[in-house]
Design a protein around this ligand. Structure first.
Ligand code: ADP
Length: 258
């Protein structure tokens, strides 16, 4: 309804981006970055022009996930995003030294993120996937308010603790009137490569139940799988390295729902 929309700054450089989608998680280590990367590749596989903004200032992972090094070139007053597998990629990790701990206060976070959006030559994109900093503190809230998000995806493992945090994530986006595109359950189950048996290491199905209870879409399950970890660590996320494989199919299906 009129009057209830949060105040959002319009950033000139992102006017040519059709959809900005945030991928968030209530806590670190649940696979938010892995999911962001493979979702972005899944969207690109649909023929979309896609960018990935690694806004995880506490632990930027795009350099490792995409095997990218080096600083972006600056042309005029804009940084040129790096490219991998057809994605335009920008990460705070390209701008700061690896292994140097950073202390971020809320306003610094908002400013850094504003720069990575507004001072990057993104050009025309169908979608920009934003790998958000984990958590639901002030920094994340400011980010959600500052960026004109089309919607947010929340990644969780099936464990209770991660789910409690994921619920907070959903509440945070609802607070700033960002539509929740849905919840993804990562590390949902383990398929043994030796015997083919299935094990629900972190329990299973919690995210689906939570999504139902919260009245938001459940987008799907991603298994805990060695191939996903190995390809990510090698700088060739699974959708890029095995585009016709079973894992890519899972992420493409998720991308189609986003
Ligand atoms: P976050 O961004 O939430 O901190 P990451 O995406 O960096 O998490 O994932 C944490 C670790 O778990 C990484 O080593 C990653 O390769 C691994 N990982 C993430 N999702 C999966 C999965 N579905 N199967 C196997 N390993 C995974």
């Amino acid at each position: 309804p009129p009057g209830q929309a949060p105040q959002r700054k319009t950033i000139a450089a992102i006017e040519k981006i059709k959809y900005i989608v945030a991928v968030s998680s209530g806590k670190g280590g649940v696979g938010k970055s892995t999911t962001s990367a493979n979702l972005a590749l899944g969207l690109a596989a649909q023929g979309w022009r896609v960018g990935l903004l690694d806004a995880d200032i506490y632990g930027p992972s795009a350099p490792r996930l995409f095997g990218l090094k080096g600083q972006p070139e600056v042309v005029g007053n804009k940084m040129i995003p790096l490219e991998a597998y057809g994605l335009k990629i920008m990460s705070i990790g390209f701008l700061v030294e690896e292994d140097v701990p950073m202390v971020w206060r809320g306003p610094m976070v908002a400013q850094a993120l504003g720069q990575m959006l507004g001072e990057v030559a993104w050009g025309e994109l169908d979608a920009l996937v934003v790998d958000m900093p984990p958590g639901t503190g002030d920094a994340q809230l400011t980010m959600a308010q500052q960026v004109p998000l089309a919607g947010a995806v929340v990644v969780s493992t099936p464990q209770d603790l991660a789910l409690i945090d994921a619920r907070r994530g959903v509440a945070m986006f609802q607070k700033v009137s960002t539509p929740i595109l849905g919840i993804i359950e990562n590390m949902s189950y383990f398929l043994c490569p030796h015997c083919g048996g299935r094990t629900d290491i972190f329990s299973h199905g919690g995210a689906r139940k939570d999504a139902e209870a919260l009245g938001v879409p459940f987008l799907g399950e991603v298994p805990l799988d060695l191939a996903i970890r190995q390809t990510s660590d090698a700088g060739t996320p699974v959708v890029a390295s095995a585009p016709e494989g079973p894992h890519a199919a899972i992420y493409k299906e998720l991308a189609a729902k986003v």
